[in-house]
Design a protein around this ligand. Structure first.
Ligand code: C2E
Ligand code: MG
Ligand code: MG
Length: 668
């Protein structure tokens, strides 16, 4: 039995376990029970009285059989009482009378019905029949106690009235003392038993009610707990935003609505700029605070705009916006960007001039395409985010299917890169680097080449960014270093090979160790290798990148700065890292056709001369340009005029000659 039921059998005081269910107090329970039984009685009153009246009227046949001399009176009384009772009840129901009045009507009907039958019957001349017929009087008592579900007190009072009337009639009836005693005792026992059963029934009803309350409360608690658990499983504990799981569900719903009804929507991926630096410098607690502040501000905006926001990863948030127009997507993205910037959370550790926390946003909008999948829109937003970061961060970028970096082609390239090494789709070509003073080839730059399965060449400008974005550059870079080591090992004449290394590789844990292993395996001294680092998209200079560079230097590897002048960070990098050489981007040499360009080139050379041991000019395409380099005393030169990138076998004897052009094989 439940705790409620147990307590109900006692003094109804709440037991401890009941209290844990957040149970109502006993008085409250009583009140609830009273209310419930009132409602039940109200419903039961009409059918109960109708059945009772019908049965009462049917007894007219018994009247005719047992007391025919007074049957007219008994039947008239039956009709009068029955009809009056029903009319009264219907009137009360119509006027919405209280349940107690309905009970009173039923009880009154029982008492009057009893009187209406008993008095005419008692005057019948057929005394023997009367003496038997009187037994039926107990039915009225039973109906008060057992048939109708009055309140206990009400039933007992009704029964006592019936009992008293019977005793009065019995007293005046001409019959033997024995009959009176037996009959009186029978009535008394009937009263006691039916009242006792009625009392027990009432207690049982109360117990049933308590059990029901208990079950309801447990059910409610279980439902609430279930709801809380469900909410928890869909909420990000730090920011209180929806988590990835909830976002995925929401996204699926939006996607389905788009597929079925054509309701367009946008996905906005929001990434906190330089968050790792923020965390490293200010600590994780501040990092959490920063994320919470950003989340709260974007949530407020999202609520205003009727869009949803969730946390999608560490420092990444996602906004799902059911918008109809592309312009609204751009507007929303810009609003989010400005909202975060306006928070003015100090971030002095970023090296791009901005001093506060900002976000980069990549957005994608639903667009009709055959065979599109749900993941596609996320991938597109992700690509847009990558480009937003590449554009210098703190900006929003909308996915553009026409952009080569965003196109499906780049998707194909990403897939191709995964199998490139195994399927031998990737190879290295080498371009000579000339010592301007000695006119001898001093090194080779290894350049990666990729071909499609059908043999078509994919330009590095296309596949290198994809490899960086997808991370395959780590595997490809490792392969390039191994291959370069192998080339150095098989050709003693090659003094140095420079390999292009992406900042993504430098950030990857264990990179320096893998280089050491490659050198060891090939039996190559580290100083025969140089790494060219471009101040490209991932221009952030993490402390782990700096550590990696100093580890590489310990291996003897020389570090060159590639494409100097094209990025934002060149000068600050020069401050941080001791480069062994700087390669000036070819655009500056090409601009030398104008006096202004020439002055610029000279200034760059002047700047670098005092900062780095050696300077290289890229993109030498003519003898005039060579002359300029000689005049400016530039150390090294590289370009089509000296030699195009070629297969290693075509460059075998290159180090023995002073002008490599003549010995080059087919350029690639
Ligand atoms: P980069 O490191 O600056 O490589 C030099 C690029 O300039 C090469 O383009 C080369 O073919 C081109 N070039 C050389 N001389 C001349 C010239 O006289 N005139 C002109 N117009 N171009 C010249 P390529 O091979 O298309 O490579 C493009 C870029 O791709 C490279 O620029 C480098 O940043 C990247 N890359 C190539 N191979 C790798 C690699 O193995 N790893 C990484 N991370 N990046 C690579
Ligand atoms: Mg290079
Ligand atoms: Mg370069």
């Amino acid at each position: 039995m439940s705790d409620y039921a147990l307590s109900a059998l006692g003094d109804l005081a709440p037991v401890e376990s009941v209290a844990t269910h957040d149970a109502p107090e006993p008085a409250e329970l009583r009140r609830l029970f009273h209310e419930e039984s009132l409602a039940a009685r109200r419903v039961a009153a009409r059918p109960g009285l109708y059945i009772a009246v019908v049965v009462y009227l049917l007894f007219a046949f018994a009247d005719l059989l047992l007391v025919p001399d007074v049957a007219f009176y008994t039947i008239s009384a039956r009709l009068a009482v029955g009809v009056t009772a029903l009319v009264t009840l219907e009137t009360l129901l119509r006027f919405g009378a209280r349940t107690e009045w309905l009970d009173a009507t039923c009880a009154g009907a029982i008492i009057l019905g009893y009187i209406g039958w008993l008095f005419p019957t008692a005057t019948s001349s057929n005394q023997e029949s009367v003496s038997y017929y009187m037994v039926f009087g107990t039915i009225f008592m039973m109906s008060a106690n057992l048939f109708f579900t009055f309140q206990f007190r009400f039933s007992v009072v009704t029964s006592i009235i019936i009992l008293s009337i019977l005793y009065a009639v019995n007293y005046f009836m001409p019959s033997t003392v024995t009959y009176k005693l037996v009959f009186g005792a029978f009535y008394i026992s009937c009263f006691v038993f039916t009242s006792y059963i009625n009392w027990k029934l009432n207690r049982e009803r109360y117990n049933v009610f308590l059990n029901a309350v208990d079950a309801r409360s447990q059910h409610r608690e279980a439902t609430e707990r279930g709801k809380a658990l469900l909410k928890l499983s869909r909420t990000d504990p730090l920011t209180g935003l929806e988590n990835r799981r909830a976002v995925d569900e929401r996204l699926r719903d939006l996607w389905t609505a788009w597929q079925l009804q054509g309701s367009t929507f946008a996905v906005l991926l929001i990434d906190v700029d330089f968050f790792k630096r923020f965390n490293d410098h200010y600590g994780h607690q501040e990092g959490d605070r920063c994320l919470t502040l950003v989340a709260d501000s974007v949530r407020r905006l999202a609520e205003l705009r009727g869009v949803s926001i969730g946390r999608y990863g560490g420092e990444e948030f996602i906004v799902l916006a059911p918008l109809a127009r592309l312009e609204s997507v751009i507007g929303l993205a810009e609003e989010i960007r400005q909202t975060v910037e306006a928070l003015e959370i100090t971030h002095n550790e970023r090296r791009d001039g901005t001093q506060v926390v900002t976000v980069s946003i990549g957005a994608a909008f639903t667009r009709d395409q055959a065979g599109t999948k749900l993941e596609k829109i996320i991938q597109e937003a992700d690509r847009a985010l990558y480009l937003a970061k590449a554009n210098g961060r703190n900006c929003a970028h909308l996915f553009d299917p026409k952009d080569p970096q965003s196109s499906d082609e780049s998707e194909n390239i990403a897939a191709l890169l995964k199998i490139a090494i195994d399927r031998e789709l990737v190879s290295l070509v080498f371009q000579p680097i000339l010592n301007v003073r000695s006119d001898k080839v001093e090194a080779l730059e290894a350049l990666m080449r990729l071909t499609m399965l059908d043999g078509t060449a994919v330009p590095p400008s296309l596949f290198i960014p994809v490899a960086e974005r997808t991370g395959t550059i780590i595997e490809l870079g490792r392969w390039a270093i191994k291959t370069a080591c192998h080339e150095l090992a098989t050709n003693e004449n090659i003094r140095t090979i420079s390999v292009n290394v992406s900042p993504v590789q430098l950030k990857a844990p264990g990179f320096a160790a893998s280089v050491a292993a490659a050198l060891g395996e090939a039996g190559i001294a580290g100083n025969r290798m140089a790494f060219e680092i471009t101040e490209g998209l991932e221009m952030e200079m993490h402390s782990d990148v700096l550590r990696c560079i100093s580890d590489l230097k310990l291996l003897g590897i020389r570090i060159w700065l590639d494409d100097f002048g094209t990025g934002f960070a060149g000068l600050s990098w020069l401050r941080l890292i001791d480069f062994d050489m700087v390669k000036i981007d070819r655009s500056f040499l090409h601009d030398c056709v104008s006096p202004r360009g020439r002055a610029m080139f000279r200034d760059i050379v002047g700047l670098l001369r005092n900062r780095v041991p050696k300077i290289l000019a890229e993109g030498v395409e003519s003898e005039e340009q060579m002359d300029l380099l000689r005049k400016l005393e530039i150390d090294l030169a590289q370009g089509f005029h000296i030699g195009r990138p070629a297969r290693a076998e075509n460059l075998r004897s290159i180090f023995r000659t002073s002008r490599p052009r003549k010995v080059l094989g087919n350029p690639i």
